[in-house]
Design a protein around this ligand. Structure first.
Ligand SMILES: C[S@@+](CC[C@H](N)C(=O)[O-])C[C@H]1O[C@@H](n2cnc3c(N)ncnc32)[C@H](O)[C@@H]1O
Length: 319
């Protein structure tokens, strides 16, 4: 309970003792007892003037309240109009999708961070940025997935702690120090790896798809495929060859794989998903059913990547 005591003033209104004292003081009436009542005729000119001033201040209370409200409303309208102008300049309604358009899916997407000791710090920093990108894209996706980071620790955690202190407050993400095989049921796991002979056709909402948290410049070829086989879990590569031709190897960066899955969940088409996400320098060309090839649109036209506040780490270039 508050320590301030309420008192009933002469006009019957309830006031706090502190505010009554303040009013008396400002009216120069500290020695006057409100119930004793001093005759105003006996007040000095100065006291009367102060009393009048005090009354005027009281009388204008409602007016001041009204003006405050008006100023608040004006500020709100100004903010809204600034925001609309900014959105007009950006050519999009808002980077934040209205809540009603969001349909979270049960599919789990795991970034397996167990390769920390195989990477130099500069590559861990790249992985850090790719993970930031995955997080940001999932937060504004139309069909956000259940995002997991497993085997969190080592240099990656150090990088997050140093460069991205807010990461511990990330929402809609499960971060574990344990290996993914200790967190999720083995029969639900599918390792996504370009070296798998299996080609992914559909996404199964009941499955947990694992992406290797690795930036290795092709120094550890086939590593995730070997790990998946050792663990005896399912594995598959993205169906790149069925939909697009590329002038580079089909090994993609973590964020590109992650974003392709998000785009597929939104568009329901692998080809569209590849075209939207893969940078043009990967030389992506669509394979049409009539046998003709159509080049991917210029990445510059793709506001998806350009408008992101956290620039995506480009896909790794292969030697
Ligand atoms: C830069 S790659 C790492 C390559 C690494 N040498 C390996 O053995 O996986 C990052 C991760 O993205 C995923 N990935 C990359 N390209 C893929 C593809 N074409 N199909 C499926 N997953 C892919 C894999 O999970 C891979 O571990």
């Amino acid at each position: 309970m508050s320590e301030q005591t309420a008192v009933i003033s002469d006009d019957g209104s309830r006031k706090s003792e502190a505010s009554s004292r303040q009013e008396e003081k400002s009216a120069g009436l500290t020695s006057v007892n409100s119930t004793g009542g001093e005759d105003p005729n006996q007040m000095s000119k100065r006291q009367k003037k102060k009393l009048l001033k005090q009354q005027k201040w009281e009388d204008e209370r409602d007016l001041r309240k009204q003006r405050r409200k008006e100023r608040k409303l004006q500020r709100r309208q100004q903010r809204q109009s600034d925001q609309q102008q900014q959105e007009g300049r950006d050519g999009q309604s808002s980077r934040k999708r209205p809540r009603r358009d969001v349909t979270p899916v049960s599919l789990r997407l795991v970034v397996d961070c167990s390769f920390d000791s195989l990477m130099l710090l500069k590559d861990v920093r790249k992985l850090h940025k790719q993970i930031q990108r995955c997080y940001a894209e999932n937060r504004r996706a139309s069909h956000p997935v259940q995002f997991y980071l497993t085997s969190m620790g080592g240099q990656l955690q150090q990088s997050l702690d140093e460069k991205d202190k807010g990461w511990i407050n990330w929402k809609d993400i499960t971060i574990k120090t344990e290996h993914y095989s200790e967190v999720l049921a083995k029969d639900q796991l599918v390792y996504l790896t370009s070296d798998s002979p299996n080609v992914l056709e559909e996404l199964d909402q009941q499955k947990a798809y694992v992406i290797g948290g690795l930036v290795d410049h092709n120094h550890h070829k086939g590593l995730t495929y070997e790990r998946a086989k050792e663990l005896g879990i399912e594995h598959a590569q993205l169906p790149l060859s069925s939909f697009v031709k590329m002038n580079s190897r089909k090994v993609l960066a973590v964020n590109h794989v992650f974003e392709i899955i998000l785009a597929y969940l939104e568009k329901g088409s692998w080809q569209e998903a590849f075209f939207t996400i893969l940078p043009q320098r990967k030389g992506v060309v669509a394979i049409n059913q009539d046998g003709e090839n159509t080049p991917a649109k210029d990445q510059d036209e793709d506001s998806h990547s350009d408008s992101d506040p956290e620039p995506a780490e480009p896909a790794e270039t292969r030697d």
